[in-house]
Design a protein around this ligand. Structure first.
Ligand SMILES: *[C@@H]1O[C@H](CO)[C@@H](O)[C@H](O)[C@H]1NC(C)=O
Ligand SMILES: *[C@@H]1O[C@H](CO)[C@@H](O)[C@H](O)[C@H]1NC(C)=O
Ligand SMILES: *[C@@H]1O[C@H](CO)[C@@H](O)[C@H](O)[C@H]1NC(C)=O
Ligand SMILES: *[C@@H]1O[C@H](CO)[C@@H](O)[C@H](O)[C@H]1NC(C)=O
Length: 244
């Protein structure tokens, strides 16, 4: 079992209804080309998100920041007590959606996106075993991944306020696997370079099997980050404002 806490940095504003920023594309949900328009709109919008849009409570995603995350991982191959802090992800605004479906009947948003390249850095503190190898340490770490096809499945409820319909995010599930993943974990074993290099090699050589082992738990992290971003946005922008 695993427990984790994600804290994402969002600027909180008083709750008032706002208009979509003028540089966001607005689609008409009664037009036959709605789905096409939506893909164009979200891809345009995510590229705009290199900077924050405070009025609609969208954080800037260059970098996307994760303040802290704690987890207890206990899978077949990995037993870890881990704390990550000050994480920064670079490259998220380069993500491109291939499909994006807003199903108003079933109240489901489902989408597929490709992230070409994301680099991240975190301060870590951990202890435990990976593939039976003991490890322990505290310091800086880096992770980058290439060509990450992600699928998103978001369910929501509708809440009517002041005669406007607001989306209230219920669940947020992320799935997928990158083509390549590379770790660098510095200062393991109080800086014993030889032992540290050995752990880095084992993790990088076996990343694919380790990823499969842990992905159901770790994909809750981008899932939680996406839910936080969507909750902020939809708390400000009603469906009537978002779509014609
Ligand atoms: C990590 O260390 C803490 C404190 O010593 C211990 O309680 C925990 O069980 C360890 N975690 C693992 C996975 O060994
Ligand atoms: C609520 O919205 C409907 C449809 O847009 C409109 O006909 C009605 O007058 C509105 N009611 C109030 C109290 O604004
Ligand atoms: C990602 O999706 C594209 C298009 O569907 C496909 O060509 C590519 O092989 C996929 N990459 C991975 C890593 O699954
Ligand atoms: C990890 O990778 C090494 C080197 O590629 C390989 O010899 C070893 O069998 C792998 N371990 C597991 C558990 O897959």
């Amino acid at each position: 079992m695993k427990t984790f806490v994600v804290t994402l940095c969002l600027i909180v504003f008083p709750h008032t209804c706002v208009k979509l920023p003028p540089n966001f594309i607005k689609c008409n949900r009664h037009e036959p080309n709605f789905e096409e328009c939506l893909i164009k709109a979200v891809n345009y919008d995510i590229a705009q998100m290199y900077k924050p849009h405070k009025k609609v409570r969208l954080p800037g995603v260059e970098p996307l920041e994760l303040v802290s995350m704690s987890s207890n991982v206990d899978t077949n191959l990995i037993k870890l007590t881990e704390r990550l802090k000050n994480c920064q992800f670079h490259g998220v605004s380069k993500g491109r959606f291939r499909t994006f479906v807003f199903d108003f009947q079933r109240r489901v948003i489902s989408a597929n996106a490709n992230l070409p390249f994301v680099e991240s850095s975190c301060d870590y503190k951990l202890n435990g075993t990976i593939l039976g190898v003991a490890l322990k340490g505290e310091g800086p770490s880096w992770l980058d991944f290439t060509s990450f096809n992600m699928s998103f499945y978001v369910t929501y409820d509708e809440v009517v306020k002041n005669n406007k319909t607001y989306v209230k995010i219920a669940t947020c599930k992320v799935d997928g696997k990158p083509e390549k993943l590379h770790f660098r974990i510095d200062n393991l074993f109080d800086g014993d370079e030889e032992a540290g290099r050995r752990v880095n090699d084992i993790v990088n050589e076996n990343w694919s099997v380790l990823y499969d082992d842990i992905k159901n738990e770790y994909l809750d992290i981008p899932g939680g980050m996406l839910a936080t971003i969507l909750k902020g946005f939809f708390s400000r922008v009603s469906l009537e404002e978002l779509f014609d």
